[in-house]
Design a protein around this ligand. Structure first.
Ligand code: ZN
Length: 262
């Protein structure tokens, strides 16, 4: 089983870090209930996460999904009977892409000779979310759900804890690796990140990597704005794909995906 450990980013606000995919899942504890942010890539990882949560709190849980990508959503069945919240478009996205994602990633792990994770992905039961409310009260702690606009996907959800000045940004932010553009909207991603920074967080939690400062997020926002600019020049025919790749802050395969997405 892949290694995992807790990092506390505020009073009762925890990040579960994983060596596998450098994944970061979240937990927000109030006085009456707790909110689980993302559930991992399969039910085994989800159930290990649930067990780790139960070592911190016995409070009833609700789940919030930042987006439909398998590594954030395929572990949800381990949180039995929990209410599952997400962006309104996440449900349809999961319905229409889960089997394709399952094939793609089960094969990926099979090719990496990791039969165990491959099998777990093949057998994960998909749990469909319902639209998140604008906010929720966990007991003396309000949590707000932000729809920052199309960015890493068309259904990104960020989670803001105002009393602690913490935002869980999903894959709108990545630490330790470039942002992933496979399902992205490069033109509007910079503004979406600005919409998250507008709530003045002191700490932002990426979907992969370590918690970061606003300065880090602003630097990534500037890189994403550069990619958006290159995508526009490429679309207009002003520069070639090779020139865009040359001028991009990110490696060729990431920039190519961004150019494909426009
Ligand atoms: Zn993602």
């Amino acid at each position: 089983m892949a290694e995992a450990w807790w990092v506390e980013v505020g009073d009762g606000i925890w990040v579960r870090r994983h060596t596998e995919l450098d994944l970061s899942l979240g937990l927000i504890i109030g006085e009456r209930s707790c909110l689980v942010i993302d559930t991992g890539g399969d039910e085994s990882q989800g159930s290990a996460f649930a067990t780790a949560i139960r070592e911190l709190t016995d409070l009833p849980w609700t789940v919030a999904l930042t987006h439909a990508h398998f590594d954030h959503s395929f572990g949800t069945a381990a949180f039995d009977a929990a209410t599952v919240w997400a962006h309104p478009a996440c449900r349809h996205e999961l319905q229409s892409t889960a089997e394709h994602q399952r094939q793609e990633w089960a094969t990926y792990y099979q090719n990496k000779d990791n039969q165990e994770i491959s099998e777990q992905i093949r057998r994960a039961r998909i749990v469909l979310p319902v639209p998140a409310p604008p906010d929720t009260d966990l007991g003396n702690r309000i949590v707000r759900f932000i729809h920052p606009g199309p960015a890493h996907t068309n259904h990104d959800l960020a989670i803001h804890i105002p009393d602690a000045h913490v935002v869980f940004a999903g894959d709108l932010l990545e630490q330790g690796a470039p942002p992933a553009f496979g399902d992205a909207f490069p033109a509007s991603w910079p503004q979406a990140l600005n919409n998250i920074l507008a709530v003045n967080p002191a700490t932002l939690v990426p979907g992969h990597g370590n918690p970061v400062t606003p300065a880090f997020a602003r630097a990534q926002q500037a890189e994403l704005a550069q990619v958006a600019h290159l995508c526009r020049l490429f679309r207009e025919g002003t520069i070639t794909a090779e020139e865009a790749i040359e001028r991009s802050p990110y490696p060729a395969e990431f920039t190519s995906e961004a150019l494909d997405r426009g």
